[in-house]
Design a protein around this ligand. Structure first.
Ligand code: SF4
Ligand code: SF4
Length: 79
């Protein structure tokens, strides 16, 4: 399943156990200025994920997620 592979290679990952996209949440998708996050349907329900590997590391997706499911993995040079 591409989702698992993608989650380890893109800068923004979502903890599927915490994501409540199933309940209608689309906060991270809505706040991303680059529009690179999407909601995916999986066997376990809906979950957000990074569809396009582009990121400004502006952080609202992580900051605004109501459940803390989003992790933005900052590149070493930005830390
Ligand atoms: S903001 Fe958090 S809970 Fe909502 S869809 Fe995004 S990852 Fe899931
Ligand atoms: S850090 Fe910014 S650009 Fe990157 S996914 Fe989150 S909201 Fe989008």
């Amino acid at each position: 399943m591409p989702l698992a592979q993608t989650a380890t290679t893109v800068p923004v990952t979502v903890d599927q156990a915490l994501c409540i996209a199933d309940k209608g949440c689309t906060v991270c998708v809505d706040v991303c200025p680059l529009d690179v996050l999407r909601i995916a349907e999986t066997d376990a329900g809906k979950t957000a994920y990074m569809k396009y590997d582009e990121c400004w590391y502006c952080m609202p997706c992580e900051a605004d997620c109501p459940t803390g499911a989003v992790t933005v993995n900052l590149p070493y040079l930005l830390k």
